[in-house]
Design a protein around this ligand. Sequence first.
Ligand SMILES: NC(=O)c1ccc[n+]([C@@H]2O[C@H](COP(=O)([O-])OP(=O)(O)OC[C@H]3O[C@@H](n4cnc5c(N)ncnc54)[C@H](O)[C@@H]3O)[C@@H](O)[C@H]2O)c1
Length: 446
Amino acid sequence: MKITIFGTGYVGLVTGACLADVGHHVLCMDVDQAKIDKLRNGQIPIYEPGLDNIVNHTVEAGRLAFTTDVKEAVQHGTLQFIAVGTPPDEDGSADLQYVTAVAKSIGQHMDDYKVIVDKSTVPVGTGDKVKAAVRTQIESRGLELEFDVVSNPEFLKEGAAINDFMKPDRIIIGTDSDRASDVLREVYYPFNRSHDRMIFMDIRSAELTKYAANSLLATKISFMNEVANLAERLGADIESVRRGIGSDPRIGYHFIYPGCGYGGSCFPKDVQALARTASEFGYDARILNAVEAVNYAQKHVLFDKISHYFGGDLQGKVVAIWGLAFKPNTDDMREASARTLMEKLWKAGAKVQAFDPESMEETQRIYGDQEGLVLCGTKEQALKGADVLTICTEWKEFRSPDFAAIASALREPVVFDGRNLYDPEILARHELIYYAIGRGRNQFQS
Ligand SMILES: NC(=O)c1ccc[n+]([C@@H]2O[C@H](COP(=O)([O-])OP(=O)(O)OC[C@H]3O[C@@H](n4cnc5c(N)ncnc54)[C@H](O)[C@@H]3O)[C@@H](O)[C@H]2O)c1
């Protein structure tokens, strides 16, 4: 099938590459000329494991191409996937300007039946807005053209995006059109071989499903962080508690890791956007607001512990940070906990020596020549001359480091672990003082 994808970010590029991989003919369109130039030169603008292989071989096979030409893009595909960003507006609601711009472009340039598939995460009711925007453009051209709008929210996880797309837990299709349902069934047929993963529903329910899924996952994290903060005050170890409750299949082990807060391009903005939608409809979403408030506070916990250790005076202190991305296996730093920590450290007069396996370029792009930031080529270099070490992202290569080398490199033998990676007894054996999240009374700092 001929498919157009608007937006070649984490979702659009993975979607385009995976659909081309199974045989569809895909044209990816983006307004970012530099991104499209890179892709045309065989460079992948983001870090996503396995993506480069699929992009390269589908481009070579002639099934994947890139453009900035909106007219060419609209005319290419029977399916028009919208995968542009929906960042938070100032009031927390989702900013729909990019989605609306694509809808308008489709209405301006289409000349036959199109299935317009919204993959971006959008508030309930956006399907109607997209429909109206497309129809207005068609009418202003004095034409009558048929089209359908479908909500097909994306559930891939950065870092495991290819596997998630190729073997999805579910494919949610929100539509009121049998014709569009048939087209989508055909597009996704190759992803349904072992069993049917498609769940059909109305557009509004599909839109809400995405927000409900992300909000529930964020709720699990904030809940655990709240219990971790309690554990610190009560002299309990949250890691024992985590194992104790995770063994109950009704609770499960997923998404109950305590830490220094969730980040990324999805959870923070989606929880806020759903709460905002709720308040627009006269409903006070108390759980969502609490999830957001707990997470906001949790992003400050590492700083508070470091500051407390130094008696509130961080002037001139050097903090080594391992991990800058919001989670492992991505270079994405949107809403990353490391950013909150670094910005607070700089404000307090401290310096940062940072290392991340994949997001050094992104850090450079965001913070440029920020005074008090040294980007280091290895995790060992980050330790040299540092007072203490802090872990913000649970990359595999941080999980079993040379503790003796850490102890001898640091000026103060202290590790602040925002991801609970280590066994406190092992660190004690290396005479390292260990502050983690929710691990007993000595961890409580406020
Ligand atoms: N990143 C994730 O893990 C993830 C997972 C599921 C859903 N989502 C949702 O998918 C959407 C996209 O997220 P992302 O992380 O891929 O965003 P992104 O910022 O990585 O990519 C968005 C792309 O859209 C492009 N764009 C903006 N306006 C455009 C236009 N008019 N025409 C063509 N391209 C345009 C931008 O230049 C950018 O390259 C968001 O709504 C997000 O909430 C993201």
